[in-house]
Design a protein around this ligand. Structure first.
Ligand SMILES: [Zn+2]
Ligand SMILES: [Zn+2]
Ligand SMILES: [Zn+2]
Length: 260
């Protein structure tokens, strides 16, 4: 399985418009962070096909697909409905064009409801006249594991301030963005991970995201062989912050890819 980080930045992206701080003016490509998303390519037993899973459709989705040379998406898993995870959904229409098939979306009940509301024109065919609509099917999932092309997807449920968010475990990889509290029940689903991608917003505490210290504590408890931090603000300058992390924890950056 190959995982590519499509974006590692917080909701407004880095650099921020109009900001002249060290991270926003950095010339290091690792300090340029699009909105968070990952792309997973997993070999399956079905006709030796590679399953291509996208987690979230960020506002930068089109640019992320172009930058990485990706053209196909077999399924989209949504974590939650916040704008930085959702607003690229309309650009699925070009994926439909490229691969000549519909894209199934998977989301929990609340997120599925918000997707229908926000993108009403996709689902209510009476409201939109003209071509170019994304061709999708919206599947409502719960906490129970499910299959896509024979690959087992294990939803993880945790808190992001007052909002319940889904993370996902696929094989020995788990993705947990937008996280401020992990319930006890979820830790047993995270045993034996090789790689974890985890929310770590900034050094200072925040109501709805892990700070670096909180993310380090959670990473140690989960015990993945390697943990990458994501969803970072402009308080984080890549090279400087990297020197402060314990063994086994690194900062994600856009276009980082790794095998699991
Ligand atoms: Zn977010
Ligand atoms: Zn800045
Ligand atoms: Zn969020």
């Amino acid at each position: 399985m190959k995982v590519t980080i499509l974006g590692s930045g917080t909701s407004k992206g880095i650099p921020l418009i109009g900001c002249s701080c060290p991270a926003c003016t950095s010339t290091n490509s690792k300090d340029k962070r699009l909105r968070v998303s990952v792309f997973i390519e997993a070999d399956t037993l079905i006709n030796n096909r590679t399953l291509k899973i996208l987690i979230d459709t960020s506002p930068d989705f089109r640019q992320q697909m172009l930058m990485n040379g990706f053209t196909n998406v077999d399924a989209v898993l949504f974590t939650h409905y916040h704008a930085d995870h959702l607003m690229g959904l309309d650009d699925i229409s070009q994926i439909n064009y490229a691969q000549k098939k519909r894209v199934p979306l998977y989301a929990n009940h609340e997120t599925a409801g918000k997707i229908r509301q926000t993108f009403n024109y996709i689902f209510d065919l009476n409201t939109f006249k003209g071509g170019g609509l994304p061709q999708v099917s919206l599947n409502v999932i719960d906490i129970n594991p499910f299959d896509i092309m024979g690959e087992k997807i294990i939803p993880l449920e945790y808190m992001h301030g007052p909002t319940k968010v889904f993370g996902y475990r696929i094989g020995n990889f788990a993705y947990m963005t937008d996280c401020s509290f992990i319930p006890e029940s979820e830790f047993s689903k995270l045993i034996g991970l090789k790689v974890l991608v985890l929310d770590a917003l900034r050094y200072k505490p925040h109501e709805t995201h892990f700070s670096f210290d909180e993310a380090i504590e959670a990473s140690k408890r989960i015990g993945a062989e390697r943990t990458y931090f994501t969803h970072m603000t402009h308080d984080i300058v890549h090279d400087e912050a990297s020197t402060k992390l314990p063994e086994g924890i690194e900062l994600a950056y856009d276009q980082l890819s790794f095998k699991v």
